[in-house]
Design a protein around this ligand. Structure first.
Ligand code: 5GP
Ligand code: MN
Length: 323
């Protein structure tokens, strides 16, 4: 869908707007949602970001919790939304237990950058060339002629930085860097933001990392690395599953490894799988086989089985597709 004044019309006459980030939220979905929240407030909208999940601790500085309400809080308000915006969610499963909110209003704007997006919205603003949803939101705000102030710029910078691995992944384009430069020109404290995002890990996350690295297995002549996060490891190290972001990079960063697999025990027989690739292998194809999705080099899915079975099922699938 092309962005033009059509978007101005889309927001016109709509007062109550719900924003839905995806479950197990990351910096892109939260940064993008917060940026939209501030921007729509400037248009004098009533905006509600609805999420029931815990946020990763490195996003604390965005003060997102003060802008997020749970479904329970929202229901108490008895508000009928005029527009629902989903952010960074390639399908409605990514909304988890909030998917029912889509029944409150058929006016759904799906803003996303996954090539596996199912275009479930009435309006689909999907661009798989964008490195992060933050890029799409940036362009949308420009079209809407909403001034990008320091708060919005900070949130968008978080979105761009986290989804590009600090601008080092191959999804980073000249446009990504131009947008980042523009955000820095808005006066954001990008040194502070980077410290908060990447240099402030809870000590328990580092302790967890040591257990996770101990689980490392290499397969297919060292081309595929598997690591686990079990429930016991989380309990032992007193760390929440929301703080396991970035751990998979240690597996992908190994010399000779093309593909990294992280199996996270979400609950008994519910394994959240993260997949990463370093070169050409498209891991979103594997994720899709299990009802998930994502990008070529970063994808995910859920397998309803034990960790060991999930690992074996995945290894067999990779074996069939690996060259
Ligand atoms: P992560 O491994 O960091 O959770 O996710 C990597 C990428 O895959 C992200 O872009 C994320 O949105 C996507 N992804 C992860 N899990 C799922 C899933 O269960 N379904 C879909 N459609 N996408 C997922
Ligand atoms: Mn994203």
């Amino acid at each position: 869908m092309k962005m033009n004044n059509y978007y101005l019309e889309l927001f016109e006459g709509r007062k109550n707007i719900i924003i839905l980030p995806h479950i197990l939220p990351d910096g892109d979905t939260i940064g993008s949602s917060i940026a939209l929240f501030y921007a729509l407030k400037k248009l004098e909208k009533r905006v509600y970001i609805i999420l029931n999940d815990k946020l990763p601790s490195n996003l604390k500085f965005l003060n997102a919790n003060s802008k997020i309400i749970t479904t329970e809080d929202f229901e108490k308000l008895s508000i009928k939304p005029d527009l629902i915006i989903t952010v960074d969610s390639s399908d409605t499963d990514r909304l988890g237990d909030r998917a029912y909110l889509l029944d409150l209003c058929s006016e759904v704007l799906n803003i996303d950058h996954h090539s596996t997006n199912t275009n479930y919205g009435k309006y689909n603003l999907v661009n798989s060339k964008a490195a992060a949803c933050g890029e799409i939101i940036y362009e949308l705000l420009k079209k809407l002629k909403i001034y990008i102030d320091k708060n919005i710029a900070t949130a968008l910078y978080v979105a761009l930085s986290t989804d590009t691995g600090s601008f080092k992944y191959s999804n980073t384009t000249p446009l990504t860097l131009r947008i980042a430069a523009d955000l820095i020109e808005k006066g954001i404290d990008f040194s502070f933001i980077n410290t908060e995002l990447y240099q402030n890990k809870p000590i328990n996350k580092i302790k967890l990392l040591s257990d996770v690295l101990n689980s490392l297995e290499l397969h297919f002549d060292g081309k595929l690395a598997v690591i686990y996060v079990t429930n016991d490891m989380l309990k032992k190290n007193k760390i929440d599953i929301s703080d396991t972001d970035g751990i998979i990079e240690y597996a992908r960063d190994i010399e000779g490894v093309n593909i990294a697999v992280l199996l996270k025990e979400f609950s008994d027989n519910t394994i959240k799988v993260s997949l990463r690739s370093k070169y050409d292998f498209d891991v979103s194809i594997i994720a899709k086989k299990f009802g998930g999705g994502g990008h070529k080099k970063a994808a995910g899915c859920t397998i309803y089985d034990t960790i060991d079975n999930a690992k074996n099922i995945l290894l067999n699938t990779f074996r069939e597709n690996f060259r």
